[in-house]
Design a protein around this ligand. Structure first.
Ligand code: PEP
Ligand code: MG
Length: 415
């Protein structure tokens, strides 16, 4: 496929910070067509993620390689991505920047789907199958992050929100995505009314991912509120958590409720919460290098094969780190963030490797998002177990949930 032109520019993300948007142009049946992609960015980033360049600098880097890209014909996603990887030449992608490489990789994927006359999710499914993996695709369960703590609370630094955990999620337990979405939207409104009554309206804020951020006194208080609201209305919802434990890791321990806990005390604390609040998944329960603590924790759930221990900062969508995690049995699901690795084909290779080892995949947005909905297609394309895109609110989060709805309807009309 020949790319006619690429325009790269700087736009603002949901936090008002600069990020990259790329428009790819190509001739298709005598007409010029174009596709647009943009990249999000994280706040509680793993240390082993690829390097993001300051967007203005990325524009300069792009000028240096643009003609080389346009001069070539690429036959596959992998060939395009490998070309960018070779232009960069480093494993951390620090020369061209993971953000520049990714926005180009996404643009190429979108353009390829257009050329093949298929939706993006189908294109991504075909690409994944190229890694010779067999899997039973499911329609991803959405993980809605309705209460924001930790680095995403916005209030923590002002000493107002005492949630150590970063994400308090609700996960619909229904197969019909459209039903799950509307239940989550109803729950979110109910939660807002409850919090406004409890804390008063001027104390209810939105965190980075559009979940509520209030002066909660403890993790248990937030869990109790969600749990009680679910029970009272018999909502088909379960609770998930992202601890983002690297953020609370201090002097070899974990800061919880102002106290420093050892990893085994922390595991006991989780066990108690899991039982009390019927929690079904925990992401990053320990810090980013603690493969063994993850592994001891996972071994507690031998008989509960449905409980998910999800690795995010531990594995950073990186095949080498995933290999260690698989060898050590550190988790049973991997969070997939395109931004952590920087190309579509490397992310697909990681998914294929995870599936071959019977791990589940959960696709994720970043806390600083754009209106791009690529990850919705990605999640459906790879038949992911789940997708997390924040609360069911705010345009940058809803863009993903609405795209999923569109795909859900498309798939179900056909069958
Ligand atoms: C996460 O930790 O899963 C997350 C989405 O946070 P961020 O994008 O800030 O890294
Ligand atoms: Mg995380």
């Amino acid at each position: 496929m020949r790319i006619k032109d690429i325009h790269l520019k700087v736009i603002l993300d949901s936090r008002g910070q600069s990020t990259l948007e790329a428009e790819f142009f190509a001739e298709l049946k005598g007409e010029t067509k174009s596709v647009i992609s943009s990249v999000p960015s994280g706040k509680s980033k793993g240390s082993y993620e690829v390097v993001f360049l300051e967007p203005q600098l990325a524009l300069e880097k792009f000028d240096q390689v643009k003609e080389k890209i346009l001069a070539r014909d690429f036959v596959s996603q992998k060939e395009f991505d490998d070309f960018l990887i070779s232009l960069d030449g480093t494993s951390s992608k620090k020369i061209l920047g993971g953000n520049l490489i990714l926005v180009l990789s996404m643009g190429f994927a979108r353009l390829s789907a257009l050329f093949q006359g298929i939706p993006l999710y189908q294109y991504l499914r075909k690409e994944l199958e190229g890694f010779e993996v067999s899997f039973i695709p499911v329609f991803p369960f959405p993980f809605f992050n309705v209460i924001n703590g930790g680095a995403h609370s916005g209030l923590r630094n002002e000493g107002k929100n005492f949630l150590d955990f970063q994400e308090f999620q609700i996960i619909p337990q229904v197969k019909d995505y459209s039903v799950g979405l509307s239940v989550a939207q109803e729950f979110y409104k109910k939660l807002q009314r409850f919090l406004e009554e409890k804390f008063s309206k001027d104390q209810v804020f939105l965190g980075d991912e559009a979940g509520f951020s209030c002066p909660f006194s403890s993790n248990e208080e937030a869990l109790e509120i969600i749990f009680e609201l679910i029970k009272k209305a018999h909502y088909p919802l379960k609770i998930g958590l992202d601890i983002a434990a690297s953020q609370i890791f201090e002097k070899g321990g974990y800061r919880i409720g102002g106290k420093l806990l050892s990893s085994s005390q922390l595991a006991d604390y989780y066990k108690d919460l899991i039982n009390r609040y019927e929690i079904i998944s925990i992401e990053d329960p320990f810090f980013e290098d603690s493969f063994d603590d993850f592994s001891n924790f996972l071994s507690l759930f031998k008989d509960a094969s449905n409980f998910l221990v999800i690795a995010d900062d531990l594995t950073v969508t990186n095949k080498e780190r995933l290999t260690t995690a698989i060898t050590k049995k550190s988790a049973n699901a991997i969070l997939i963030k395109l931004t952590q690795i920087g190309t579509v084909s490397e992310a697909l290779e990681v998914v294929a490797f995870a599936y071959k080892n019977n791990w589940k995949a959960v696709v994720s947005h970043r806390s600083g998002e754009t209106l791009d909905d690529f990850i919705a297609d990605f999640a459906v394309g790879i038949g992911a177990w789940g997708i997390k895109a924040g609360a069911p609110a705010k345009p940058e989060r809803m863009a993903k949930y609405y795209r999923l709805l569109e795909i859900w309807q498309e798939i179900n009309q056909k069958s």
